[in-house]
Design a protein. Structure first.
Length: 214
């Protein structure tokens, strides 16, 4: 307990940094994932191509490489932002590709007749997607979306290697102060468990309330 109690401020700062990264990157991933999913099922060919390229490139790019591209590459083009914001962009964009595919798989569970019936009533693509298809798809994708965001929270540990304040990076400071590396990582693991179990609990509640009955 001494490692935690004597360095609670250091752990607290790292925990808050990871929590902020997780929340902001999750919001970005959900928004971009929804947009890219809309592109992938859109009747416009150029939108489908853009969405497919986005998902294919990001899903097959190592996250560490993406961090290098965003945090070290963008400043070369005159885009200078705080490193934490760069980390949010990298995490959010990377995870959006997986959110997109989760949402698209949910859309595929909705019978095609639902969309055809909506179009026969004169509804536009946006109206059909937003009021008929997505509300039904949402109910079936709650668990996989939760799992994807849990993975995002754990992936945020990579940001520590790029001078971003987050939980895993606290081990460097504590190691320099001479604390046991084992107990340092034990309390880091507890911090990640708190975040991931909180996400799991949230989506468990959402699944019980809105999910499809199995």
């Amino acid at each position: 307990m001494d490692v935690l109690t004597e360095n609670f401020a250091i752990y607290g700062k790292g925990f808050l940094g990871t929590l902020q990264l997780t929340v902001y990157a999750s919001l970005l991933a959900l928004v971009l994932g929804f947009v890219m999913c809309s592109f992938r099922v859109a009747p416009v060919g150029s939108f489908r191509v853009f969405g497919t390229v986005w998902v294919t490139v990001l899903r097959n790019t190592p996250l560490t490489l993406l961090f290098f591209a965003v945090l070290l590459g963008l400043p070369r083009f005159g885009i200078v932002l705080p490193f934490q914001l760069f980390a949010v962009l990298a995490l959010g964009c990377y995870t959006s590709a997986f959110i997109c595919e989760v949402l698209r798989s949910g859309i595929n569970t909705v019978p095609k007749g639902q969309g055809e019936a909506a179009r026969s009533l004169g509804m536009s693509f946006d109206q059909t997607l937003g009021t008929v298809v997505l509300p039904q798809a949402f109910r079936s994708v709650i668990p996989p979306v939760g799992s994807t965001l849990i993975a995002l929270a754990k992936n945020s540990a990579i940001a520590g290697a790029f001078s971003v304040n987050e939980l895993l990076g606290t081990y460097k400071t504590l190691n320099e102060l001479g604390y046991s590396i084992i107990w340092t990582f034990v309390w880091i693991a507890v911090g990640y468990l708190i975040i991931t179990l909180s996400i799991s609990a949230l989506f468990h509640v959402l699944e019980k309330r809105f999910g499809v009955a199995r």
